[in-house]
Ligand binder design. Structure first.
Ligand SMILES: *Cc1c(COP(=O)(O)O)cnc(C)c1O
Length: 342
């Protein structure tokens, strides 16, 4: 099998980093205080296997009881746990594409059968997704790398047509206008995954949350690593959730910059899908964007280029600070005037 290729993570700095959808703003100051309080000899003790301090903070924040929540070492851990619990070799796992490419890798590890169903026009939910009748169906919403959002009513209808679990990957949902969390409360076959990596600025801490029916959560729990979150991650995640207003402020700033970035990219001749995430997908149909990606990298600006037939003519650009986006746009205008169109 091919392994998953993570985005470039240059260690050492000096880059404007717009390639892996991190938040350009810092986490709540309470996170740093909480991490500081962990710096004791108590690190010789194992962490709470159920991460209850984190689950309680999430329960209070999202108005569900603790038993509806499973904590993960990032939501990537939760995706792996779901497949470990739900699929045997050969079982079908369906998802609309293009989407988060880790799903392909996790399905390959499980020896399951990936049913990759192309999105409809303008990234509409494809009808053939329900027809796959899969054991697990993933919908990334807002979707990566398109940034587009499928109405929650359509997800509700989909969940009723499926024989198995619908997993809604909401890694970017704080940047959107709605959420499927109510489905996780109401429907026994819906699991909603959240990440603190993007909106809460905690990518380096590795904290994810799954919301679902208590029996679904309890069964997934059987197959997780016992101590899947460290003491530090539990404390940092709980502190971040307790300071929700800081996250909302940063989301508002990102949304304003996202609107400006989208407009300017359209001025430069790109097609930009309407984004409800903290990134945009900018496409020049039929024109390979590798040259632009490389020219930006030479100027120490990193964006995401995908060397696939579905996405070679697009760049995925994280919404950074206004200064970072100004530098990007200036570089792109310069590159556009120096690279002749193919
Ligand atoms: C970033 C991302 C994740 C993983 O988030 P972590 O909590 O950092 O593991 C999951 N799904 C999608 C679509 C993402 O973009």
């Amino acid at each position: 099998m091919d392994g998953y290729t993570p985005g470039e993570q240059p260690q050492g700095g000096g880059f404007i980093k717009l390639n892996t959808n991190e938040n350009p703003y810092p986490p709540s100051p309470r996170v740093r205080e909480a991490i500081g309080r962990c710096a004791t000899d108590d690190v010789r003790l194992y962490p709470d296997p159920m991460a209850n301090a984190l689950r309680d903070a999430a329960a209070a924040r999202y108005d569900v009881s603790r038993d509806h929540i499973l904590a993960g070492n990032g939501s990537d851990d939760l995706l792996a746990i779901v497949l470990r619990a739900c699929v045997d070799p050969g079982d079908r796992v369906a998802y609309p594409v293009p989407t988060y490419s880790l799903y392909d890798t996790l399905v390959a590890i499980a020896g399951a059968a990936a049913i990759r169903v192309p999105f409809g026009r303008d990234y509409a939910l494809p009808a053939a997704l329900a027809a796959a009748q899969a054991r697990v169906t993933f919908v990334c919403n807002p979707n990566a790398p398109s940034g587009t959002f499928v109405p929650v009513d359509e997800l509700a209808a989909l969940s009723e047509q499926l024989p198995g679990l619908l997993v809604v990957d909401e890694a970017y949902v704080d940047f959107a206008g709605d959420s499927a969390l109510r489905l996780a409360r109401e429907r026994p076959n819906v699991l909603v995954l959240r990440s603190l990596s993007k909106s809460f600025s905690l990518a380096g801490m590795r904290v994810g949350l799954a919301f679902g029916a208590p029996e679904v959560v309890a069964e997934r729990c059987k197959v997780k690593d016992s101590y899947n979150l460290s003491r530090v991650s539990i404390a940092a995640g709980a502190a971040a959730l307790a300071d929700y207003d800081v996250m909302r402020q940063h989301v508002r700033r990102v949304a304003a910059t996202r609107a400006r970035l989208s407009d300017r990219l359209r001025d430069l001749g790109y097609k930009v899908a309407p984004s409800e995430a903290n990134f945009v997908l900018a496409r020049r149909p039929g024109s390979d964007q590798r040259g632009v990606y490389e020219a930006l990298k030479q100027r120490r600006i990193l964006v995401r280029y995908f060397a696939t037939p579905e996405l070679y003519d697009a760049l995925r650009i994280t919404v950074g600070t206004d200064d970072e986006i100004d530098a990007l746009l200036e570089a792109m205008a310069e590159i556009a005037s120096s690279v002749p169109p193919p």
